[in-house]
Ligand binder design. Structure first.
Ligand SMILES: Nc1ncnc2c1ncn2[C@@H]1O[C@H](COP(=O)(O)OP(=O)(O)OP(=O)(O)O)[C@@H](O)[C@H]1O
Ligand SMILES: [Mg+2]
Length: 428
């Protein structure tokens, strides 16, 4: 049998040593070309195609292809090929160990066969003769130590492949195997990231729905009753003031009860407002932001200036609500951490983008520290701001350093035509 497999052969070192300098140079430059062609490619098919194109650029008169294992049938099939006939493509579906390619896949050992027509183990000898195949090189493609496929290069002329062709293809096989491994890892990472994004989208959507439900319940079942109670107590206080009585303690307690009920009613209202932004449904995001600033920022002594060139009136409620959550998070941080004297909020609409900028002149912080949630839970607010923005398909840039204030820029893509914003998908 005229089969050579240097990885098995003890004499392979000596044979490799017989390769001329010119052949070595050609081999290295081919490898470097392939490496350049596939570097940076993440997609498996693009990697295999670049590898295959380069192989047949070097081995001009040959035919062949890359066989991979079908995930379902576990049969080796031609995933990509160069000038193979439809007959070969349809017939060459091999189980591991079957034919030359199957054997290479099974053993993981490359093979150089000088004349395939003399080879007893070919899968379809009749077709191989009809195709005029002569010599052949078959090398395994390995990813993470497992053979995932085979590269076959076949000569249809009487000329034989050289040892350097054989070594070069093995090296290309190893190189493509590594690239496949990386592509698989990248794919795992990508699909993991996609699952995470989907989960995160659901968490945020569910959170928003829950907030709305809790706010509605609080409004219907508690807030209205407390407000009614406060009003009743108010009228009792008024009546009691007109009554002549020595029960000073009674009057005082009544007044205190009224004050307490009013305080609870106000606190409940502000809880409801933070759960379900007011005016969002009726007056839109700008009024909701203004109201939030008036009730939360101004009392803390921070001056806020507005530069609103876009009123967001055409934003769908889902986008507006999410954007409001972002504003709430950023402004919440200004109140809680900035010690700022001034803050500014600007919103502009360009052709297909909404840009929201919120700045403060406070003490600033090291924004680089908060690229993720820290173990102690710090950073969750900024993380959620970025998640909300990302779910709108947008970008969030937080620029800050100690003593330099904080500048947050949110950019959200919008449909170019304002009429289409209504249909904009917010799942990013
Ligand atoms: N405008 C700001 N000025 C100064 N420091 C800020 C500002 N915004 C954020 N920070 C700093 O960044 C940290 C992280 O902010 P983040 O919103 O993620 O968490 P938090 O506000 O501490 O908690 P949470 O938002 O979950 O209530 C803050 O603890 C604070 O130190
Ligand atoms: Mg925060």
């Amino acid at each position: 049998m005229n089969v050579v497999s240097p990885r098995q052969s003890k004499s392979s070192k000596r044979e490799a040593g017989s390769i001329s300098e010119g052949e070595m140079y050609a081999c290295f430059s081919a490898l470097s070309r392939i490496s350049k062609a596939i570097s940076g490619l993440r997609d498996l098919d693009a990697i295999l195609k670049a590898g295959l194109d380069n192989i047949f650029e070097i081995m001009k008169d040959s035919v062949g292809g890359i066989m991979l294992f079908d995930k379902q049938t576990r049969l080796l099939y031609y995933h990509l090929h160069h000038k193979l006939s439809p007959r070969i493509i349809s017939h060459m579906r091999l189980i591991s160990g079957e034919g030359i390619a199957g054997k290479v896949a099974f053993t993981g050992q490359p093979m150089l066969i000088e004349d395939v027509t003399l080879e007893s183990e070919t899968a379809h000898p009749d077709i191989i003769v009809k195709e005029g195949f002569h010599s052949c090189i078959s090398v395994p493609l390995r990813a993470r130590g497992n053979v995932v496929g085979v590269i076959n290069v076949i000569n249809t002329m009487q000329s034989k492949f050289s040892k350097s062709d054989f070594l070069m293809l093995q090296a290309i096989g190893d190189q493509l195997g590594l690239a496949i491994e990386q592509a698989n890892l990248y794919e795992q990472l990508r699909s993991g990231r996609e699952r995470y994004r989907e989960l995160s989208r659901r968490v945020i959507t569910t959170q928003e729905e829950e907030r709305r439900k809790v706010a509605n319940n609080l409004q219907d079942k508690t807030s209205d009753k407390i407000t009614a109670l406060a009003a009743t107590l108010q009228s009792l206080v008024t009546v009691s003031e007109k009554i002549e009585t020595d029960e000073i303690d009674f009057k005082l307690k009544l007044k205190q009860s009224h004050a307490l009920a009013s305080e609870i009613a106000m606190e409940l209202n502000s809880m409801i407002e933070s759960l379900r932004p007011p005016f969002m449904d009726t007056l839109g995001i700008i009024q909701a932001i203004r109201h939030y600033v008036e009730t939360n920022v101004i009392p803390s002594g921070i001056e806020v200036s507005f530069h609103l060139e876009y009123d967001g009136a055409d934003l769908p409620i889902e986008i507006a609500t999410r954007l409001f959550r972002v504003v709430q998070g950023v402004i919440g941080n200004i109140i809680q951490h900035s010690k700022a004297k001034n803050a500014s909020i600007s919103m502009q609409r360009y052709d297909d983008e909404l840009v929201l900028r919120i700045s403060d002149d406070g003490r600033g912080f090291d924004a680089g520290q908060f690229t993720r949630i820290q173990e102690n839970g710090r950073g969750a607010g900024l993380f959620s701001i970025k998640e909300h923005t990302r779910l709108l398909g947008g970008r969030c840039a937080v620029q800050s350093s100690p003593g330099q204030g904080t500048h947050v820029t949110i950019t959200i893509p919008l449909a170019k035509n304002p009429e289409n914003i209504e249909n904009q998908n917010i799942t990013a």
